[in-house]
Ligand binder design. Structure first.
Ligand SMILES: [Cu+2]
Length: 362
């Protein structure tokens, strides 16, 4: 055979092989994914007037985004670097009981300095999450011990195929009672009155805008991460509620306000079709205050490209923009565990305790 003939035979063979793999996926899409997380005691600036001590996964609030595909085998080693015990519950996962993360029910708590490795298969799909299950009234409600776990389905839900969102945002709601800010290990009592309310751990103006172009289709994944019910309202836009707790709704419905109770998740989708600047906020009126002062709390603003932001009265005219505050960029980076520097806290400044002077005995 001529070398020309051999070459064309080789090319045909390669073409056939690649066609075969394109037509018949090999089943290699269910991956084994191994991650490591630490739990760290840090402080975050919730608001210029409120610095709060938290137990952050990888030292941040929200914790890192864990993004996997349906059927993946996930293994996560969690190391506790704080001075109190914790566990991790994988909220929404059809888990084995030994990996469910409940102290004194499925495991002993993870003591300071110790580690525990959780294993599960990513099933079912959707907007799931993880959180501590020790002293949840304090650790989950006030100390930021939660993060998003997104499991992509093999088959996209019909409503998502129809609406085709091209930008996704994770919004986790919680609150703080400022009296417990510097007292980790305490707080979360029935008579607490939370006085700061937050979206991804921070209260307006420390929250961030959502910058869009006309024609973008936005998907918000809303989480009731703390102890309060929040009621999200979008000005200038109504949305379609597509998922509840990760499950696609049999009958998606339209709304402009949606209540998100503790533990719940809703996915909502809408088109950016009304250029301007529009507030998106918690409609529980007392929540849009910081220590009783309006405006504050869970507020963001949809800012369209092409709309100037220079009005000197505009609250965010000088905003230092963090484009990954809602994990919008991380969500586009495929699968893995994604930290975000903007969510990281600072090391706790230990107050110097004066040591009592020892009396020297001669
Ligand atoms: Cu904990």
């Amino acid at each position: 055979m001529s070398s020309k003939g051999r070459n064309s035979l080789l090319i045909t063979a390669l073409l056939l092989i690649s066609l075969f793999f394109a037509a018949f996926p090999t089943g290699a899409d269910a991956e084994k994914r191994k991650f490591k997380m630490s739990i760290e005691e840090v402080t975050i600036e919730v608001h210029p007037q409120l610095t709060y001590t938290v137990f952050g996964f990888n030292g941040q609030v929200p914790g890192p985004l864990i993004h996997v595909a349906e059927g993946d085998t996930v293994e996560i080693e969690v190391k506790n670097l704080t001075s109190l015990p914790h566990t991790v519950h994988w909220h929404g996962i059809y888990n084995t009981w030994e990996n469910d993360g409940v102290p004194n029910v499925t495991q002993t708590d993870i003591k300071p300095g110790d580690s525990f490795t959780y294993k599960f298969v990513a099933d079912p799909t959707g907007s799931l999450w993880y959180h501590c299950h020790v002293s949840v009234n304090e650790h989950v409600a006030y100390r930021g011990m939660w993060g998003p776990l997104i499991v992509d389905p093999k088959e996209t839900a019909p409503i998502i195929k129809k609406l085709k969102p091209n930008k996704e945002y994770i919004m986790m709601f919680s609150s703080y009672a400022s009296g417990w800010a510097e007292k980790p290990g305490f707080g979360g009592l029935p008579d607490d009155v939370p006085d700061y309310f937050a979206m991804n751990g921070r209260a307006f103006p420390n929250t961030q805008p959502i910058r869009v172009e006309e024609g973008d289709v936005l998907r918000f994944r809303l989480y009731g991460a703390g102890g309060e019910t929040h009621s999200l309202h979008t000005h200038g836009h109504h949305f379609t509620v597509t998922h509840k707790d990760g499950f696609p709704l049999p009958a998606p419905y339209k709304a402009d306000t949606i209540s998100v109770a503790p533990g719940e998740r809703y996915d909502i989708v809408f088109e950016a079709n009304n250029p301007g600047r529009f507030i998106v906020h918690d409609h529980v009126d007392v929540h849009v205050t910081n220590k009783g002062k309006y405006p504050g709390g869970p507020i963001t603003i949809i800012e369209y490209e092409g709309i100037q932001r220079e009005d000197d009265w505009y609250a965010w005219k000088d905003k230092v923009y963090d484009s990954n505050y809602f994990y919008q960029q991380s969500l586009e980076e495929g699968y893995g565990l994604f930290n975000h520097d903007g969510h990281k806290g600072d090391p706790v400044k230990k107050k110097r305790s004066k040591r009592p002077k020892r009396k020297r005995s001669k």
